[in-house]
Write a protein that binds this ligand. Structure first.
Ligand code: ACO
Length: 274
């Protein structure tokens, strides 16, 4: 039966969390042009919904994502010429970029295989939690290309130069634990406990002021490539912009601490429901 574009991505929203899943388990969730197109539609649909405060990206079946679909994304697209290649790249890179600057915090829940092109969405997610059993590799070298689509930049940004070089030159697998030790992901847990830990972290984020979350995640990515002085200046302006956008929430945070003494900002978040 032919694959329908709608079927390539699955999602449901529960308790403020959008659980989005690569959904081509028979193809180990490799990213075809259809999947990339569909993922952008899904991100578009979820981004500004009031009932979505965190987005989690995982995969159906044994894979998170086995990278780009070598048949549909590379071979069949290349056969159509350079215009088709550029379009396929734009569709893939487009949704990764959308995810990097998403309105709500994003978490990669890496349940299994994660290869090559998968490093794009892995990096796009603000946080990443892997199963101990997950397997990661820059396998490009194994079939004769360099890690493109941002993958080289991802490992250089996240890993030490030695680990990045070894990872890219050998194409060897590392498991979730090693990925955590290398800081490719935040943490690694046995697969059976992974979803509970991710739900716990999502729960922490859902309690925070959403305007502050968005300003903070953007600031972390932006200042990484600034000088100290530029970062200082950017942060002054970003803070002022966030204050004017969500003045009431911030005032409420101060009020509950100073006047009501109902919480301590050093120990947890204010009650944003009031
Ligand atoms: N592109 C296209 N098809 C793929 C891909 C892929 N990246 N990964 C898996 N598939 C397909 C297989 O061709 C196979 O299809 P078929 O059932 O029609 O024959 C099906 O998915 C299942 O794959 P198997 O290899 O049989 O699954 P297995 O569980 O034994 O192995 C593994 C899983 C290790 C992930 C293997 O499929 C694999 O090596 N995939 C390629 C990983 C890779 O190197 N990706 C490219 C990274 S580089 C880049 O993204 C630019």
């Amino acid at each position: 039966m032919a694959e329908e574009i709608e079927d390539t991505v699955a999602f449901d929203v529960e308790g403020g969390i959008a659980w989005v899943r690569f959904n081509r388990p028979a193809k180990r969730n490799s990213m075809s042009p259809a999947l990339n197109r569909r993922m952008m539609q899904v991100l578009d649909e979820l981004e500004f919904r009031d009932d979505v405060g965190v987005l989690v990206l995982s995969g159906e079946g044994a894979a998170w994502s086995a990278g780009m679909d070598l048949k549909e994304y590379f071979r069949e697209t290349e056969a159509k010429g350079q215009g088709a290649v550029r379009k396929a790249q734009a569709e893939a890179y487009g949704w990764w970029r959308r995810l990097r600057w998403y309105r709500v915090p994003t978490i990669a829940m890496v349940n299994g295989w994660c290869f090559g092109g998968g490093y794009g969405p892995l990096f796009a997610c603000d946080l990443a939690f892997a199963a101990d059993e997950a397997q990661f590799a820059l396998s490009e070298i194994n079939w004769g290309i360099l890690p493109g689509g941002g993958a080289t930049k991802v490992v250089v940004d996240l890993l030490s130069m030695r680990d990045a070089m070894y990872h890219a030159l050998t194409g060897e697998l590392i498991d979730g634990r090693k990925a955590a030790a290398w800081k490719l992901v935040n943490e690694s847990h046995p697969l059976e406990g992974l979803k509970a830990r991710v739900a716990e972290v999502a729960g922490i984020l859902l309690k925070k002021n959403p305007v502050a979350l968005k300003a903070t995640k953007d600031a972390i990515r932006r200042v990484a490539e600034m000088t100290y002085d530029n970062a200082e200046d950017y942060l002054v302006r970003a803070q002022e912009a966030a204050n004017s956008f969500d003045n009431e929430g911030r005032k409420e945070g101060i009020r509950q601490f100073i006047d009501e003494k109902s919480y301590k900002p050093g120990l947890g978040a204010y009650d944003k429901a009031r």
